[in-house]
Structures are given as structure tokens and as C-alpha cells.
Design a protein around this ligand. Structure first.
Ligand code: MCN
Length: 767
């Protein structure tokens, strides 16, 4: 991606230790919390004896499920308000904020100890005696659906909370019946842990006089957190103030009002002192909601020339022991919106089953379910090309939606706003020197190495959200320097840099003079959604752009008054209002100061932006080498051509794609949550859970942009925060399979570790 260098202005503050993450907050007189968590996958609770814990010197309170029930606490809200197959209604399940009657996954919160030190709280928690009666456990979603499987809830037959259907079964069956060729594939998208750098943490203060709670927690947006907390606790939103300053990574799993936060509100009220809690990495592994966790079945029907006729999917989604608010939603409706990926597939039929198991709940994790869509479709395309003996790039080209067909209505009714998939494919193969690949493969072979290459394309819905409006505001105060207010703040995306750049451009002002305040409970922006779905730049950035234009318009009237000229004679250039044909001028900041009183300027503007959606697309090529003796692989090159519409900050957009690719690389090559049959997580630490490391990417990523402005928002921008993940998951997977093909290996499930690859090679040699 080209463009002049703009670093993130917040980086200096963050890398010099001046960030303010949740654990950096402290209040006088604060006390500390520790959670006792279930060590069982599935058990009835027959009693909880807290007497010894409570008698421990320094312990101020021990809360159990009885306390949260007495406080009237309920469950978090669901986002599914549409019917499933045959009109099936989504079945909700209740989660006790602290478990009172039953636990359904290892790590579920059972009791909360509050003490004068963290160590005392932890020691006391170990003295709590829980009388568990173990119940049969099921951790695998396919097993959970089978007759006779352990049932997690009496009112959820076969553990199936939702059976979502989209497209037309009849039309798909007809397309498959007429097909010259059908390719079938089953692929696993294993469960992974989000693992932000900052573990879950909270600090709660309670003002008894006003009956108001202040929660400091890493969050992807105070509104989502506040709404969830309110539904979970029954406390009105007006009495909940959520603060998020620096957030050490969100990745989709920091949007929700976790049970811990609800219990901590109660604890702060009970002890009448600020309560602080910082979780450990071990708690992150078992209690942060997980990502992916779906088994994907796909079928692609083709005519004899390789044109796609129809596609059928079945997903079995492992949603865990309880339902996160967005998890079941993101695994059903949104994937149907881009199920045909970038191709002119006329018919589609899908069934996505959302299934409860004795595991940690799942939720959107960078890309949400989109990497599953791109993975299953792009694996099918590569397999179909191999089976039919058609060139895989050519197969993509002949099926790609042509640029002139946009806006493109897919068979499920969604409308792709703009794009040029074929152009992206053509560009990426050129940049990756696809034509010279065979020579490079021969050279690898001469060294005894297997070389693989792949080219994948993707499209994904970005944006959307629950709030009908995005509130933003620009205030000037007495100083005249603009302060921007938004709900959506950064958890690594760089909004502190980008939002001021957008407004600075309109104001003709150095962005360094503009400050961002996000998720400020005292600020004027209180409605809108947070940093989810790669939406912030379009939605909040777009609204700020419009707000800034509004300010300039307002200022024109005031400038005319101040400069004693007609409005029609006032022009606004380079940050100042000027009377045409004279040297009379007043800068925007000066004007705001002149018309400011008691900290309020007449230029202050609040603006309600609209929800925005766009469909970013991309085509990526990966090339890698495998040592057949060991299964070790080396990524030799990765080239991406992305269309994320108009780019506001090239460095940050490229950084987002880069980070997203690394996150996909983690999923493809190493990350996986392993449970044993009793529901214990076997990969619950960095000793056993393989995070991607810098050394996994020794070659420079080559990233290019090929923008087609999004027609639907004022900036012409599309989302970019998740594109790298949606693109890299299929691209890396297909490159590995391509390298292994000469050995007759056509599929290996994630994670594609050296040992799995080595085993696949050995098995193929034995066959
Ligand atoms: N941008 C741009 N031009 C565009 C689009 C975006 O310059 N056309 C730049 C902007 O600098 C913007 C950033 O890219 O600040 C991301 O913008 P956008 O695509 O609107 O995504 P969001 O800001 O809404 O971020 C959410 C997205 C999601 S959903 C996850 S998950 C994710 C991600 O961003 N989690 C992240 N990127 C992450 N990056 C970091 N470092 N940490 C996370 O937790």
C-alpha cells in the first residue's frame, strides 16, 4: 500500500509506559477480588460452604450465586430476532452470574472473594468448599447433537439452540442434480483463544448517595458494555458509567458485559469500597469467550467448463456452555450474506446449527465467522479445480463477479456495494509472479523441499451494529482546540490518530492539535456502537467528517458577523475564514474562542451519523516450502491486494491487514484449544497453546491497495480491521495443501503444525 508515512501518535505514549490500562487505575481505599472458578466441566452444585473463607483475616465479603440471585441478576441479551429452519425460535438459556445450581464449563465463576489484598482473596477462595455432583460431559458439538448425548439444559432438546437456514434447498438440489461435477469437503475451524495482551480486568466504584456505579474495564465500546450490564443486573443504564481508556487488544472478545463485571458491581456496593480485579493469563484461557469452533461441510456444483452452479453448506457451531450475546448471531445471519464469496453462484443453501457443549462460550473473534466462509469456499474451489483438471486461478477468474455487475445482489438477498474481484486476482498473481512459480518449485524440489502456492479471494460484510445512530461530537471549549467525542475507541486500531486526521483535513488544521475522547461517560456522544465489525472508520469516522463540515458551515455565519461581511463573501481555506478579495481573516480556532463562554463554544456540534455497511474485498497469494523430513514449513512470500475503499491512513490500514494476516497465520499454523473428555482444557497456557511469533514471518508482507470507493458512506471507505484474517486463513491453508498434493494429500485440518504435516506425509507414504 502506498502513501506517505503517518505513524500512530498514541504509540509514543504507549511504548513509554504512559498508557492507562485498567490495571493502571487505582483508587484510595480499594480492595481486591478473586474468583473461584469451576474445576468441573459439568456438575450440579449441592452446596457452597464459604464459612472458612469468610473467617479469613482481611476478607471483607464472599459472594455466591445466592447473592446474585437475591440481587435479581439475570442473563445477557441475545441478538437473534429472526426465525430458524421451519420457523424455529432461537432458544435462550440462563446463565447464573455466579453459579448457584449448576456449572457447565471449566472456568465458570462460582464465588467471588473480596479482601484487603489480592493474595488474601486468592488464599481465601481456596478455602471455599463446593459440593459438586458431577454430570456427564460433552465437549464436541457433533457428539452433543447425537441421541443420548449429555443434555446441558432440560428445555434444549439435543443441545440445539438454533437451526438457521438460508437460501433455497429446492433450487440448490436442482442445481446439484444438473451438475457435471460436485466437489465435497469437510473442514474444521477449531476453537481458539483471543488472548489480548491485556487480560480481563475491572475496577468498580459505587456512589451510594447517587446509586451510581463506575466500571473501569477494557472494552470495545461503553454502550455495548453498559447495555449488557444493565440487562444482566437490572441496574438502569443511567446508573452505570463505563470507562475504557487504553485497551490492550479487543479482537472481538472485549465487547461484552462478562459475568465477572456484574458480580464486581454487586461486590463494590456490598463492601462500600472500590473493588479491583485483574485476571491471570490462566483465567483468560478458560473464561474469555473463545473464537471460531465450527465444523464446516461444503459442496460445490459445477458445469463441465468449471462454472459454478450452486453451493451447499452445513455448519455445526460449538457455542459452549452458555450463549454469548453476539456469538450465535455472528455464526448465522452474517455468514449467509457472503456465502457465495466473490463468485456468481446463482443458488445457495445453508444450514447452520448452533450447539451447546461443556466448553467456554464462543463469540466473534477477529473476522467473526467470515474466515470460516472464505476458508470453506476457497478450499472447495481449489479442490474442484484439482478434481476437474482446471487451472485454479482461471477457475476463479471465470466465476468472479464482474466489476460492472456491482452493486451485486447475492442469492441470499444481500447487496455487495462495490468491488472488482477479477481485477484483484489479476493484480495479485502479477505481484506474486505466479507465472514464475513452476521454476521456483523445481528449485525447491532440487533441495528436497515441497513448495506450495495459492491464490484466494474474499469478500466480507463490514459494519452494521445494533444502534440506529452513531453519535459523535466536536467541542472547542475555551482553548479553541477541537476535542472529538465518539463511542468507538481504539484497542490497537489507531483511532486517536485517524479520527483527528479526518477532522483536521476538513478544518485545514494540524491533526496534532485535535484530541479524541472515546467512550467518555461524561461526554456528549452516548449512542452508537463500539469498535466491532471493522465499522469504526466508516461509521464514526464518516460521522466525524460530516460533523466537521457542519462546524465549518456554522462558522461561516459567525465569521461573517465577526468580520462584518456578507456570508456569501466568506470563504473557508487553510483553517481560516476569509473575506474574498481582502486580507480580512479569522482562523477557526480564533473564531471558536471569540464565540465561546464558560467552556462552551457556539461552534460545538453534535452529529448523528447513520449506520454504515460495506463489503471489503481482497485477493491474496501465499508461497511456502515444507521440509518433508520434519513437516516444518517456511512462509516464503505473502502478497495481498485489498480493496478497502478510500484509505484514510495508509500506514495504519496496512498495519491492520498485517495484524489480521498474522492472526490468520496463528489459526492456520498453531492455535487450538484442546479439551479432554471431562471438559478440562489441556492447552490452557502459553506452554501448550501456540501463539504466532514474529519469527513465523521472516519475509516482508507485500501489501497493495486497489480501492473502489464505497458508495454508501461519506468517506468512500470500507472496513479493513478484519480483512487480513478473512484473506489469510484460506490462502495459507491452500498453499500448504498445494505443497502436499504431489504426495496425494488433499486435506489436513487446522492447526497445520509440523507434527500434523509430518504425520500426513508419513500416512501418505504408508498408503
Ligand atoms: N483505516 C483506514 N482506511 C480505511 C479503513 C480503515 O485508514 N478505509 C484504518 C484506520 O486507521 C482505522 C483502522 O484502519 O483506525 C481500522 O478501521 P476499521 O476497519 O474501521 O476497523 P475498526 O476500527 O472498527 O476496528 C475493529 C476491527 C476488529 S472488528 C477487530 S476484531 C480488530 C481489528 O479491528 N481487533 C484489533 N484490528 C485490531 N487491531 C489491533 N491492533 N488490536 C485489535 O484488538
Amino acid at each position: 500500500m502506498s502513501g506517505k508515512f503517518h505513524g500512530r501518535r498514541e504509540d509514543h505514549r504507549l511504548v513509554t509506559g504512559r498508557g492507562r490500562y485498567t490495571s493502571d487505575w487505582s483508587f484510595p481505599d480499594q480492595v481486591y477480588a478473586h474468583f473461584l472458578r469451576s474445576d468441573r466441566g459439568h456438575a450440579e452444585i449441592r452446596g457452597v460452604d464459604v464459612s472458612e473463607a469468610l473467617a479469613t483475616p482481611g476478607v471483607l465479603a464472599v459472594l455466591t450465586g445466592a447473592d446474585t440471585i437475591a440481587a435479581g441478576f439475570g442473563s445477557s441479551p441475545s441478538l437473534i430476532h429472526y426465525p430458524g429452519k421451519g420457523g424455529m425460535k432461537f432458544i435462550t438459556v440462563h446463565r447464573e452470574v455466579l453459579a448457584e445450581t449448576r456449572v457447565r464449563f471449566v472456568g465458570q465463576e462460582v464465588a467471588l472473594v473480596v479482601a484487603t489484598s489480592q493474595i488474601i482473596a486468592q488464599d481465601a477462595a481456596e478455602k471455599i468448599v463446593v459440593d459438586y455432583h458431577d454430570l456427564p460431559v460433552v465437549v464436541d458439538a457433533e457428539e452433543a447433537l447425537k441421541p443420548g448425548a449429555p443434555q446441558l439444559y432440560d428445555h434444549v432438546p439435543n443441545n440445539l439452540v438454533f437451526d438457521f437456514e438460508y437460501g433455497s434447498q429446492e433450487a440448490a438440489d436442482a442445481a446439484f442434480a444438473s451438475a457435471a461435477h460436485v466437489t465435497k469437503l469437510v473442514a474444521d475451524a477449531p476453537r481458539i483463544v483471543g488472548n489480548p495482551m491485556e487480560p480481563k480486568a475491572a475496577l468498580v466504584t459505587y456512589d451510594a448517595e447517587k446509586d451510581v456505579y463506575d466500571l473501569y474495564a477494557p472494552s470495545q465500546g461503553m454502550t455495548m458494555m453498559r447495555a449488557g450490564l444493565s440487562v444482566g443486573t437490572g441496574i438502569p443504564e443511567s446508573q452505570l458509567r463505563v470507562h475504557a481508556h487504553d485497551v490492550g487488544g479487543g479482537f472481538g472478545i472485549r465487547g461484552e458485559a462478562y459475568s465477572e463485571y456484574c458480580s464486581l458491581l454487586l461486590a463494590a456496593k456490598k463492601v462500600g469500597r472500590p473493588v479491583k480485579w485483574v485476571s491471570t493469563r490462566s483465567e483468560t484461557f478458560v473464561s474469555d469467550h473463545h473464537g471460531r469452533a465450527a465444523k464446516l461441510f461444503g459442496e460445490l456444483a459445477l458445469d463441465k467448463t468449471g462454472k459454478f452452479l450452486g453451493v451447499r453448506f452445513q455448519w455445526i457451531v460449538n457455542t459452549g456452555g452458555y450463549l454469548s450475546s453476539p456469538g450465535p448471531f455472528t455464526n448465522t445471519l452474517p455468514p449467509s450474506m457472503h456465502a457465495v464469496n466473490v463468485y456468481t453462484i446463482p443458488v445457495v443453501h445453508g444450514l447452520h446449527r448452533v450447539v451447546l457443549t461443556n466448553t467456554t462460550p464462543t463469540t466473534p473473534y477477529r473476522g467473526a465467522a467470515r474466515p470460516n466462509v472464505s476458508y470453506i469456499v476457497e478450499r472447495l474451489v481449489d479442490e474442484a479445480a484439482r478434481e476437474m483438471g482446471i487451472d485454479r486461478v482461471e477457475m476463479r477468474r471465470i466465476n468472479a463477479i464482474p466489476r460492472e455487475a456491482f452493486p451485486y445482489k447475492t442469492p441470499t438477498g444481500s447487496v455487495y456495494d462495490s468491488g472488482d474481484p477479477k481485477g484483484l486476482i489479476d493484480d495479485v498473481v502479477k505481484h506474486a509472479d505466479w507465472a514464475g512459480y513452476e521454476k521456483r518449485r523445481q528449485e525447491s524440489l532440487s533441495r528436497g523441499k515441497l513448495r506450495g502456492i495459492s491464490c484466494c479471494a474474499f469478500i466480507e460484510p463490514a459494519g452494521g451494529g445494533g444502534s440506529p445512530v452513531e453519535e459523535v461530537a466536536i467541542r472547542f471549549g475555551d482553548s479553541g482546540n477541537p476535542i472529538l467525542y465518539t463511542v468507538s475507541g481504539p484497542s490497537g486500531q489507531g483511532h486517536e490518530t485517524t479520527y483527528p486526521e479526518i477532522v483536521g483535513e476538513v478544518f485545514g488544521m494540524d491533526p496534532e492539535e485535535i484530541t479524541l475522547r472515546f467512550s467518555d461517560p461524561d461526554g456528549p456522544a452516548q449512542r452508537g456502537d463500539g469498535t466491532i465489525g471493522s465499522r469504526s472508520l466508516m461509521s464514526h469516522g464518516g460521522a466525524l467528517f460530516q460533523a466537521a463540515q457542519e462546524v465549518v458551515k456554522k462558522g461561516r455565519e459567525l465569521a461573517a458577523q465577526h468580520l462584518e461581511a456578507g456570508v456569501e463573501d466568506i470563504e473557508f481555506t487553510e483553517g481560516a475564514y476569509r473575506v474574498r478579495g481582502t486580507d480580512l481573516a479569522v482562523s477557526l480556532t480564533e473564531l471558536s474562542r471569540i464565540y465561546s463562554k464558560d467552556g462552551e463554544s457556539q461552534l460545538d456540534t453534535k452529529f448523528e451519523g447513520a449506520q454504515q455497511r460495506s463489503f471489503p474485498t481482497g485477493a491474496h497469494v501465499a508461497e511456502l516450502e515444507i521440509d518433508p523430513q520434519t513437516g516444518e514449513l517456511e512462509l516464503l512470500s505473502y502478497v495481498g491486494v485489498d480493496d478497502c475503499g478510500n484509505i484514510i491512513n495508509h500506514t495504519l490500514a496496512e498495519g491492520q491487514v498485517h495484524g489480521g494476516i498474522m492472526q490468520g497465520l496463528g489459526q492456520v499454523f498453531g492455535e487450538v484449544c484442546v479439551y479432554d473428555q471431562s471438559g478440562q482444557m489441556l492447552s490452557g497456557s502459553f506452554m501448550d497453546y501456540c501463539m504466532p511469533r514474529a519469527g513465523d514471518l521472516t519475509k516482508e508482507l507485500k501489501l497493495f491497495d486497489r480501492p473502489i470507493p464505497a458508495p454508501g458512506n461519506p468517506l468512500g471507505a470500507k472496513g479493513v480491521g478484519e480483512a487480513g484474517t478473512t484473506g489469510s486463513v484460506p490462502t495459507l491453508a491452500n498453499a500448504v495443501i498445494d505443497a502436499l498434493r504431489p504426495l496425494g494429500i488433499n486435506h489436513v485440518d487446522f492447526p497445520l503444525t509440523a507434527s500434523r504435516i509430518w504425520r500426513a506425509i508419513k500416512n501418505s507414504q504408508a498408503a
